[in-house]
Design a protein around this ligand. Sequence first.
Ligand SMILES: [Zn+2]
Length: 234
Amino acid sequence: MYHQVDLPAARGTQYRSLTVHPKSFARQMRWMHRLGFKGLSMRELAPYLSGEREGKVFGITFDDGFRNVYQHALPVLSEAGFTATNYFVAHQLDGSNVWDADKNMPQTPLMSLAEMRRWAAAGQEVGSHTLNHVHLPSLTDEQARAEIARSRQELGSHVQQEITAFCYPFGEYSAQHCQMAKEAGYLNATTTERGLARTDDDIFELPRVGIWRSTNLLKFFQKCLTQYEDRKRG
Ligand SMILES: [Zn+2]
């Protein structure tokens, strides 16, 4: 689970840890490639998650659709022959992370429609992160359903691919939101629960391994290749 890939913001900036240095990201991808692993989008990872296929693979996801991911991560992914899923906020294309404004987090540009289309045309996956990056549990069922279902339709109308990957904003959801995602036509959903995904995980409640600015290469391998983060799971 990545968010942003860019040069670090000024010291003391809120949520500075969410931004991974472009050189760190490139190093992480090149090492995984060198070790024989293939990075995959949620769409391509699905048969491995269901146990249908086996192989040296790992999923790559980006939350929120930041422009700096288009600038700094896409060339690295293309070079390695990896695919990734970026979860876009349907009503914030060419916008910014307005949902973080109240936390004093700097506003950072999100991909435009044209950039999202180029992301998709490059073989990368467009996933949904709702229409407005909402707190799903604080909405009525009707509002939540609209955020989940309409974002899938709108994003799908912009790109030449069916939208099948969903990600709960802020990692907040309940069982009924999993059900809504299923009914809307998604095939998988990710959370902010920490850990490596396993074949016995619920495909609508997949955990992820968080990669932060401070995640050095050793930590990266510990997190991605060992049960290091699973100690936090029950
Ligand atoms: Zn988000």
